[in-house]
Design a protein around this ligand. Structure first.
Ligand code: DHE
Length: 539
């Protein structure tokens, strides 16, 4: 844990500071003129030891514009001045003048030139093994149901809490890397969990032993991580460098795939990568070129669904093309964020501009347009069976998919056969997350992109497609991201504040059951819902 205490912190070494200069200046009340400030020298003196001379991060996080994208400059300046509680990042208000802090802040938001590199050697060298796996128990070391645990990512002090989903109580808490993003990925019946931080750190956690097993830095600016169900294959999507990184289950580098288009001319950021379990493959979305990639992690042709076996010619025994290599679907429009159909043969995707398309992964072609606009957040979509009242009695239910929109106050409900929009359900404001459970008639949606309504969760009836209830928190305090217990009886929401909480609601009566104090809880993830790919939760 010593290492962890250091790992996530925005760190500037107080010992390296030169208080004399600042004390003298403070005493004289003088401020250095901006032109006179040698920012690189200040950085080298105060920051480089922990954030690395090239700002790629070391014990402290990377200080690069893209990595800091979610931190306002004013907040960064405050951290430099006052430090970050519960981390190694000390405050520098006593050593640095306001103008120096401002200059340092500006500087860390300017790009490093030339663009930093992160090579295979860097990846291999970054790998840390924290425990000898031979010492680990092959049974859970606690008495809670291992399939009804929740992981709660707490962004306030970069920790993860483990909750017992039956007793609705925390059973463990540990420090994570700085700024985790995206859902953690569960493998081996929920025993192992893989987390990704925006700075590229991939952490493997043994949930049965409550121990971090190993870590590796797979990139400088990372989007997310995917894992095969048995946990032996891991894929990482990066913005910087433009790569998809494949790791084995122990986080050893298998290979780095540069994200270049088919012609090898244009490089692309990788928006996201997901596991497509029935296909035994990873699917990756590219942000800058019109291609979707499928990368098989099985060599065995018999593992491949019959529906698309015709796509392969068997070569050299049982090897298939695409094994640990991208098979490309070439598209006219970029597909940035997507949602899988239940059998994983198709993707419903959209670019950030809202151009929607359906792509069939077997024929490797776009097969339909999706009537979307704004900035649909398909990655957080959910599905359910909807009985269309207009279809009359005895009609078969239609499978619908619904997602929020980051630019519009609506939940868009789409028929997964005809690809028509069945309904646009108006919400209080643009929202990030939609959640339900197969046993619940309700779906919960936030409006966290709206300053006026970010404290309101709306409850949608999945059959009438109407908002039937609002759960109103305290104005100005975000209430968002719901996850259900394994049995669907309780819905847990984040009071997304530094002195926040996970609020537990009865999923039927919608009454509050209890509050568990947390430091800015972001996402929460139920083992069962994730490993069974429960229809009410995202992939
Ligand atoms: Fe996320 C998941 C993309 C900003 C919190 N977010 C995802 C995923 C993608 C994505 C592709 C699915 C990956 C996965 O789970 O493996 N997010 C993006 C963006 O492009 C965007 C808009 C801009 C960015 O800077 O990346 C963005 N996301 C945010 C935030 O600002 C959020 C609210 C706070 C934060 O921590 O950064 C945020 N994103 C989340 C969460 C998930 C997520 C909590 C997992 C949701 C889940 O329930 O599975």
């Amino acid at each position: 844990t010593g290492l962890f205490a250091l790992a996530g912190a925005l760190v500037v070494l107080p010992a390296a500071a030169s208080p004399d200069k600042a004390v003298a200046r403070a005493a004289s009340g003088a401020a250095a003129s901006p032109a006179a400030i040698d920012v690189p020298a200040l950085y080298a003196q105060h920051c480089a030891a922990c954030h690395a001379p090239n700002r790629l991060g070391a014990m402290g996080p990377a200080l690069l514009p893209d990595n800091l994208g979610r931190l306002r400059k004013s907040e960064a300046a405050k951290v430099i001045a006052e430090g970050r509680p519960a981390t190694q990042m000390a405050g520098f208000a006593a050593q640095l003048g306001k103008d120096e802090i401002a200059a340092l802040t500006e500087w860390i938001y300017t790009p490093v030139v030339p663009e930093p590199r992160w090579t295979d050697e860097d990846i291999r060298a970054s790998r840390v093994v924290h425990v000898d796996t031979a010492t680990l128990s092959d049974k859970p070391v606690f008495d809670a149901d291992p399939l009804n645990l929740f992981l709660v990512v707490e962004a306030g002090d970069h920790h993860v809490s483990v909750l017992d989903g039956d007793r609705l109580e925390p059973i463990h808490r540990f420090q994570s890397r700085f700024a985790l993003h995206g859902g953690p990925k569960f493998a081996a019946n929920g025993r192992y969990v893989f987390f990704a931080s925006r700075d590229g750190w991939i952490t493997k956690f043994d949930l049965w032993n409550l121990k971090v097993v190993a870590e590796v830095r797979a990139g400088i600016n990372t989007r997310n991580v995917a894992a095969s169900p048995d946990g032996t294959h891991v894929a990482v999507a990066n913005y910087l460098p433009n790569t998809l990184v494949l790791l084995d289950g122990e986080l050893n580098l298998v290979k780095t795939i540069p994200a270049m288009d088919r012609d090898g001319k244009k490089s692309s950021r990788v928006s996201a990568v997901y596991d497509a379990t029935p296909r035994q493959s990873f699917i990756a979305a590219l942000k800058d070129v019109g291609e979707v990639w499928e990368i098989s992690y099985t060599k065995a042709v018999e593992d491949i669904p019959v529906s698309y076996i015709h796509d392969y010619t068997q070569r050299e025994g049982s090897f298939i093309p695409g094994y640990l290599n991208p098979r490309r679907t070439i598209l006219a429009e970029v597909l940035d964020d997507f949602f899988f159909t239940q059998d994983y043969s198709e993707l419903m995707g959209a670019s950030r501009e809202g151009v929607g398309q359906v792509v069939n992964l077997d024929v490797r072609k776009k097969i339909a347009n999706l009537p979307l606009d704004g900035m649909p957040h398909l990655g957080s979509g959910i599905t359910w069976e909807w009985q269309d009242p207009a279809a009359g009695p005895g009609a078969r239910p239609r499978t619908v998919m619904a997602s929020t929109n980051l630019k519009a106050g609506e939940v868009t409900v789409i028929d997964m056969k005809t690809w028509e929009v069945v309904k646009r359900i108006p919400t209080r404001g643009p929202g990030f997350f939609l959640r339900s459970h197969s046993s619940s008639r309700y779906a919960f949606v936030d409006s966290m992109m709206s300053a006026e309504a970010k404290h309101i969760l709306q409850v949608i009836d999945k059959q009438t497609l109407e908002v039937v209830r609002e759960i109103t928190g305290e104005p100005g305090k975000t209430l968002a991201h719901v996850e259900f217990t394994r049995d669907g009886r309780h819905a847990l929401a984040s009071l997304w504040e530094d002195d926040g909480a996970v609020i537990v609601y009865d999923a039927r009566t919608l009454e509050e059951v209890k509050r568990l104090p947390m430091r800015k809880p972001v996402g929460k993830y139920n083992v069962w819902n994730k490993i069974t790919r429960e229809e009410g939760t995202s992939h």
